[in-house]
Ligand binder design. Structure first.
Ligand code: 1HN
Length: 345
């Protein structure tokens, strides 16, 4: 196995010009870029977004740009490895903070990428997905899967902010990203499935012959239940560490085709040192404080902050107070492609 492959400069200029004119290029000078040895060489760098620093910028967007002129009033979280304006936080994950003011609506549309909202602050916001009205309370996880119509509204009195996570970079790369606009949806006059059909984990609506469950049976995961489950679980685990994956209550599978979500609890004074994972990840802090070390970079995190880790990152999360986080990752995609991997550190 050659350490150093031939370079472009070694080749005669007339040959290089003729190749360019013919629309071809030699692979060997570029081979290591696309196929490095041993592990990927991510462009993504660890990112950190302090919510208290971004909050005034979001509110200023609210004053400067009416929702009618924005459609979605969002500040995008750009990967430091790709620079300002990058429409991605990791290779596969787009993140943005979205502001909706009291009385506003964000118009209905449907698109190929899937989205998830994690509610950061404010009461009275809601998302309508396929006619189902999903209340948005702090920490709730709300799905708007690809191919499902969705619009947002706000019946409260204070600004509502949520974190959007989308698999947009993947769809954009595939040249498969597009949307269709439509009128605001009529809302069914009943509570969402998390309050009616899937009120208790382990119980699902009784199956009827010929009656297939919806592909996305539950699209809202209320935070209160998630926190209670983590806290109960942590009482019986080493170091007060607990992790719960968000799953489809009918199938137990990941909630979306490409993105996965894991709720985490780290007890005060404890640290989580996961194996190196082939998935990239974004961590959103629901509550608590601590220090994250990602590939040697130190991040001091508090409530509502967000930070990211590239693939195969060395991650340590040390909690100073009981910390509750949601990890957004692309393991479901990597599982489907057959290459998800964990390595001991
Ligand atoms: C989108 O549809 C929403 O529906 C938010 O709230 C952010 C970013 C890129 C593409 C579509 C939304 C988005 C988005």
């Amino acid at each position: 196995m050659a350490e150093q492959l031939g370079t472009l400069e070694e080749l005669p200029q007339d040959y290089r010009d003729d190749m360019t004119a013919a629309g071809v290029a030699p692979l060997w000078p570029m081979m290591r870029n696309v196929l490095p040895h041993g592990a990927p060489r991510p462009v993504t760098r660890p990112g950190y977004w302090n919510y208290q620093a971004i909050r005034p910028l979001l509110h200023r967007a609210g004053a400067l740009t009416p929702v009618e002129k924005a459609e979605r009033r969002v500040l995008v979280l750009s990967d430091p490895g790709r620079g300002a304006g990058a429409m991605q936080a990791t290779a596969s994950i787009y993140l943005g903070l979205q502001l909706l003011l009291p009385g506003e609506t964000a118009p209905a549309h449907v698109h190929t990428p899937s989205a998830v909202r994690i509610v950061v602050e404010g009461k009275g916001g809601y998302t309508v997905v396929d006619g189902e009205k999903l209340p948005m309370e702090e920490g709730d996880l709300v799905l708007t899967p690809g191919g499902e119509w969705h619009d947002h509204g706000h019946e409260g009195t204070e600004p509502v902010v949520w974190l959007d996570a989308l698999d947009l970079p993947l769809f954009y790369y595939l040249e498969g990203s597009y949307a269709t606009e439509g009128p605001l949806q009529a809302q069914r006059n009943r509570p969402d499935a998390s309050q009616v059909e899937y009120l208790s984990s382990g119980l699902a609506p009784s199956r009827k012959l010929g009656g297939a469950a919806r592909r996305y049976p539950m699209m809202r995961y209320p935070w209160g239940r998630t926190e209670a489950a983590l806290t109960e679980m942590a009482a019986y685990t080493d170091g007060g560490l607990a992790e719960l994956d968000y799953v489809n209550p009918e199938t137990g599978a990941d909630v979306l085709p490409t993105m996965g979500f894991t709720a985490m609890r780290i007890g005060a004074g404890q640290a989580d040192r996961p194996p190196l994972r082939s998935s990239s990840a974004a961590f959103h802090v629901i509550k608590g404080r601590g220090i994250a070390t990602i590939n040697g970079e130190t991040i001091t995190f508090g409530p509502k902050d967000t930070f990211t880790a590239p693939v195969f990152a060395e991650i340590t999360l040390a909690a100073e107070e009981d910390a509750y986080l949601v990890r957004v990752h692309d393991r479901p995609l990597q599982d489907k492609l057959g290459y998800y991997e964990e390595r001991a550190r």
